[in-house]
Design a protein around this ligand. Structure first.
Ligand code: ASP
Length: 307
């Protein structure tokens, strides 16, 4: 049997059992399971890694618990600006969008950029024009509204601070998926609302190919979550791939070197998920927790939150 794997994340940060109720914990775990199951359903029918990561990320975008699509954090102006990227490890093609305000599923639009244009990245109004042209669903601000995210924003809206999702101190929110399909192809997808109270059209690492998202069949597929500025400067996702390609590191060694050594040295908090053609997923983070899960072949799904 040819191996297949789906792995997902729903953000990393200071996620500890005392910041959580048992009820909330169950909701998060169920959200992760639903996303895994959407990706797994594609893979077990011999579907592509691209379709699997997109299906998983759409589920996470539609779930208001996670900071992507519905439930995205508020900007300084009280709006939502979402970023997303997808990359096909087989063809090396990629698509990304940044600062989109009302497209229901930014990851679907990122894929459209890849497949229907000759470009890699579109932003703002232009990206939404493409979405309209292809009849993607749009939503009103009420759809994206989430009371918890609103409260987060209210507590810092009059300040100059930006805040990563999920906690008062440091916690990150973004969703992502990586997959290996039975054809031996890998893919990565990442989607986020970015940081609470962000201004000046700030864009994080998630939609930047090589920083928050990367996939190449001969190495691996990677999706990151964490303090985007650090991940951009360290070109994190591509660095994992480079360590495998040029230094011959295993995927496990490469992920650990980047997340637990290089990022820690620069102060970059967060984590990533990755998979290569062996199908053994890596879920590595240097923060207190990361919403995460994976499912390999026909085995039972695994989900976890804390370290
Ligand atoms: N990396 C995302 C950003 O900086 C945030 C996150 O992962 O929580 O926009």
């Amino acid at each position: 049997m040819k191996p297949f794997t789906i792995a997902i994340h729903g953000g990393a940060g200071t996620i500890s059992p005392d910041s959580m109720t048992a009820e909330k914990e169950q909701l998060y775990l169920r959200g992760l399971e639903q996303a895994l199951s959407a990706g797994h359903a594609v893979l077990k029918e011999n579907g592509s890694a691209m379709d699997a990561v997109m299906a998983a990320v759409v589920q996470l975008e539609d779930n208001p618990l996670f900071n992507a699509g519905r439930g995205s954090v508020f900007t300084h102006e009280g709006l939502h600006e979402m970023d997303a990227a997808i990359m096909d490890g087989n063809s090396g093609n990629a698509g990304a969008v940044a600062g989109v305000k009302s497209v229901r599923n930014p990851i679907v639009l990122a894929r459209l950029v890849m497949e229907k244009t000759e470009h890699v990245m579109l932003h703002g109004n232009g990206a939404e024009e493409l979405a309209k042209l292809h009849h993607l669903p749009f939503e009103s601000p009420e759809y994206f509204y989430d009371a918890y995210r609103y409260e987060q924003w209210q507590s810092i809206r009059d300040t100059e601070t930006t805040q990563l999702d999920h906690s008062k101190n440091k916690k990150f929110g973004t969703v992502g998926a990586v997959a290996l399909d039975v054809h031996g192809n890998v893919a990565a997808a990442t989607s986020t609302g970015g940081m609470t109270n962000k201004r000046f059209s700030r864009i994080g690492d998630s939609p930047i190919i090589g920083a928050g998202t990367y996939a190449a069949n001969h190495t691996c597929a990677v999706s990151c979550t964490g303090h985007g500025e650090y991940f951009i400067r360290s070109v994190v996702a591509y660095d994992v791939s480079c360590l495998m390609e040029y230094k011959g590191l295993s995927i496990e060694e490469a992920c650990r070197t980047v997340v637990m050594e290089k990022l820690v040295k620069t102060g970059g908090e967060g984590g990533l998920i990755a998979v290569d053609k062996t199908g053994i997923p890596q879920l590595v983070f240097n923060s207190e927790g990361m919403y995460r899960g994976y499912q390999i072949n026909h085995e039972m799904p695994f989900t976890a939150i804390y370290r």
